[in-house]
Design a protein around this ligand. Structure first.
Ligand SMILES: Nc1nc2c(ncn2[C@@H]2O[C@H](COP(=O)(O)OP(=O)(O)O)[C@@H](O)[C@H]2O)c(=O)[nH]1
Ligand SMILES: *[C@@H]1O[C@H](CO)[C@@H](O)[C@H](O)[C@H]1NC(C)=O
Ligand SMILES: *[C@@H]1O[C@H](CO)[C@@H](O)[C@H](O)[C@H]1NC(C)=O
Ligand SMILES: [Mg+2]
Length: 445
């Protein structure tokens, strides 16, 4: 039975051009001889060490995030997981990060679009990601792994008792699950769950771990306590950054290059509607992120004000740090005047009613409005990336308080080499007293 599964996988694989997969299957088939090994499969500077026959075991780290979290917080969790995988690879096995398919995100509300099972390659450049840490798409994992099975799911949770003695310490322990389990045992004894909408996927084992600390506190557990091949961390956002805004953070962040087709659409829009090109604006981009090292202040940006105005759930709570539309437009007008910009590009998730109001208040604003065909191609996620890309190239940018969507634009501008004064700006609430501006996080190369 197991043998057959491998065979099927090989046939499937050869049609999806996955060399890793073929190599692995060969390994499985000839395991007894232990002469074939699959180093150099990844472009991630992986060098073969040790004699033939001492090949490291290939292991897979999968993860998922709390369902209500949006796209840009998920990008942040990816950075934490990439850091964990780097730690894991320093000793022991040959870990690979499996990219969790995008789908069923709360904010992706365009009707009649099938927005699940979306591979990372639709939004990001996979070769760029791979130059940082070995990653594979989920469907590649299924093929390599000989089927839709995950050996062990670890659901991360906090400690039921909170911090004991009010003292922070890093720790991880197996504990009873605090919340209702989102996985159910089927008749065969496998666990069924959401698994990014892949109904065939099953887990062999599920348990809860209370974890408090940085992503890499999971390394000893994954190296010593757990020996199975594929491990999924659910609620991975429970883990903190190993070193926020450190070199490793920035390496991973810089490797998250947007997919080329989305950048091209954004560039085309800049040229057509905003009189903005990389040559004129000094925002030359290198396809290879490892060679991208723009000096702060070297980027000029296109002759427009870039605005990210977050609405929806940000205004439902009547937060005092988010402006009214009138307040936002007043600020936009004053910034245009101050920076002598006669064009404004507006990225927003405002609803129809607010959009109408915005059009009256700011009739000359420029927005990226995807046609029905474009939306079908790029999906809500791609359109949001195009919005971010255009904001990232503006001469001056202002975003929304504590929006990860705005934060990711800050980082993109930092990579492009903008003067921080033109980037770390946010709207203030209409009657907000102390309107603290965003922090400047410098790239560590
Ligand atoms: N196209 C587009 N979508 C947006 C914009 N602002 C918010 N969204 C959508 O709303 C989501 C907001 O969630 P998230 O990415 O977590 O950012 P945050 O909630 O602002 O921190 C985004 O991922 C987009 O899907 C915008 O300016 N343009
Ligand atoms: C891992 O194994 C060690 C040693 O057996 C044990 O003390 C520890 O509690 C285990 N940790 C987890 C999270 O299972
Ligand atoms: C576009 O920008 C250039 C300067 O970079 C300027 O000379 C030209 O007049 C602008 N074109 C339009 C249509 O605004
Ligand atoms: Mg969010």
């Amino acid at each position: 039975m197991a043998k057959r599964a491998v065979h099927v996988a090989v046939i499937f694989i050869s049609s999806t051009h996955s060399f890793t997969a073929i190599c692995l299957s060969v390994l499985v088939a000839f395991a007894a001889f232990e002469t074939v090994h699959c180093d150099s499969v990844f472009s991630a500077g992986h060098t073969a060490t040790g004699p033939i026959g001492a090949a490291k075991d290939l292991r897979y780290l999968l993860y998922d995030v709390n369902p209500p979290e949006g796209f840009n917080l998920r990008r942040d969790v990816y950075i934490r997981m990439a850091s964990l995988v780097k730690t894991l690879r320093k000793e022991g096995d040959d870990w690979v990060l499996v990219l969790p398919p995008w789908g069923r995100l709360y904010h992706w509300q365009s009707p009649n679009l099938h927005q699940i099972h979306i591979p990372w390659g639709e939004f990001f450049s996979l070769t760029s990601l791979q130059a940082n840490v070995p990653v594979i798409e989920y469907e590649e994992f299924i093929a390599e792994n000989g089927g839709p099975f995950i050996d062990q799911v670890l659901i991360l949770q906090n400690y039921a008792e909170g911090w004991t003695d009010g003292k922070w310490e890093e720790k991880v322990d197996e504990r009873p699950c605090i919340e209702k389990l989102m996985y159910n045992k089927d008749k065969q004894g496998y666990y069924r769950g959401w698994f990014w909408g892949y109904e065939e996927t099953r887990a062999r084992n599920v348990k809860c771990l209370s974890a408090q600390g940085h992503a890499s506190i999971m390394a000893p557990v994954l190296q010593k306590n757990i020996t199975v091949t594929s491990v999924m961390l659910d609620r991975a956002e429970t883990l903190l950054h190993d070193h926020y805004a450190g070199k490793d953070y920035w390496d991973t962040r810089r490797s998250m290059v947007f997919a080329k087709h989305l950048r091209l659409i954004g560039d085309d829009f800049r040229q057509k509607y905003l009189n903005s090109t990389d040559e004129k604006d000094h925002t030359i981009y290198s396809e290879d992120w490892t060679r991208m090292k723009a000096k702060l202040g070297s980027a000029k940006g296109g002759p427009y004000l870039g605005v990210h105005l977050r609405r929806k759930d940000f205004i439902w709570g009547h937060r005092e740090d988010v402006p009214s539309l009138k307040g936002a437009v007043k600020k936009i007008r004053s910034l245009m005047k101050k920076h002598k910009l006669d064009k404004v590009f507006l990225a927003t998730d405002a609803d129809e009613e607010e959009l109408r109001e915005l059009k009256t208040l700011l009739p000359d604003m420029v927005r990226f409005e995807a046609s029905a065909e474009d939306l079908e191609l790029f999906k809500d996620g791609g359109v949001a990336i195009i919005d971010q890309w255009i904001c990232a190239h503006a001469r001056f940018f202002i975003g929304t308080s504590v929006s990860t969507f705005s934060f990711r634009i800050h980082e993109e501008r930092e990579i492009l080499g903008f003067d921080p004064k033109t980037t770390y700006n946010r709207f203030c609430g209409d009657s907000e007293k102390e309107c603290e501006q965003p922090t400047h996080w410098k790239i560590v190369y």
